[in-house]
Design a protein around this ligand. Structure first.
Ligand code: AP5
Ligand code: MG
Length: 217
């Protein structure tokens, strides 16, 4: 299964991407997570991306395409993958088509998560995550058992630098300008699956799986 999850910041790409990866036994490839890991480790990729990620701008298309080209060429992606946060622009989507052609592979579905803007801002300003194991929480909808502590590994929870209300608004504008054209791009290829992302996390997963069953026959 080769999937893309498309959606605004806070629409649930990471949450659903992780669950779908486990469900279909395929790697979740989250470009934001890869960039943040590079920033934490001080790699050339992370150092070059740091200011852009923290201010809510997109990292250059050629940098992202090189990263994805390398990642999709790894053995664990041969049987499929779920791309979370990539592509985010028409040049990235066109580049992904070239990479897949080279690999002799095709996408099965592009899932677009639909969530109203007001809810996106609420979700992101209330999100915390664990830098140790990557678990993601939400102070309203999915709080940890002990405040500020990760349920899975006990690590201290932090907010992302780009989750302030001002930067979230900027990210939403960037999404609108650069990423929404991908909705028509994938619709015209018969791959688009629009899913309402407002239910509970399991309800949204069930809706995605139902849609995939209808699309992939
Ligand atoms: P990235 O990390 O991808 O950030 P994003 O797209 O802004 O999306 P988020 O991760 O903030 O939200 P999400 O949709 O994953 O939601 P989540 O599941 O966490 O990218 C960060 C930056 O990296 C970019 O700004 C850019 O600089 C750079 N970058 C990355 N990819 C790039 C690319 N391809 N090209 C160029 N630059 C790139 O959920 C959010 C919250 O809501 C959580 O608290 C969660 O618990 C909660 N929640 C989830 N589902 C539900 C639900 N159904 N009900 C209630 N709460 C829910
Ligand atoms: Mg995410």
């Amino acid at each position: 299964m080769r999937l893309v999850i498309l959606g605004a910041p806070g629409s649930g790409k990471g949450t659903q991407g992780e669950l779908l990866g486990k469900r279909y036994g395929i790697p979740q490839i989250a470009t934001g997570d890869i960039l943040r890991a590079g920033m934490a480790a001080g790699t050339p990729l992370g150092t070059g991306a740091r200011d852009l990620v923290n201010e809510g701008s997109l990292v250059q298309d050629d940098v992202m395409l090189e990263l994805i080209d390398r990642r999709l060429g790894r053995a664990d992606a041969a049987k499929g993958f779920v791309l979370d946060g990539f592509p985010r622009s028409i040049p990235q989507a066109e580049g992904l088509e070239r990479i897949l052609k080279k690999l002799g592979a095709k996408l099965d579905a592009v899932i677009k998560l639909d969530v109203p803007k007001r809810v996106l801002i609420e979700r992101l300003t209330e999100r915390t995550s664990c830098p140790g194991c990557g678990s993601v929480y939400n102070l309203s909808s999915n709080p940890p058992v002990a405040a500020g502590r990760c349920d899975r590994c006990g690590g201290g929870l932090v907010s992302r630098v780009d989750d302030t209300e001002e930067t979230v608004r900027k990210r939403l504008n960037v999404y609108q300008a650069s990423t929404t054209p991908l909705i028509d791009f994938y619709d015209s290829r018969g791959l688009l699956l629009i899913v309402h992302g407002l239910g509970t996390i399991p309800e949204v997963t069930a809706e995605i799986e139902k849609g995939i069953r209808g699309l992939v026959r």
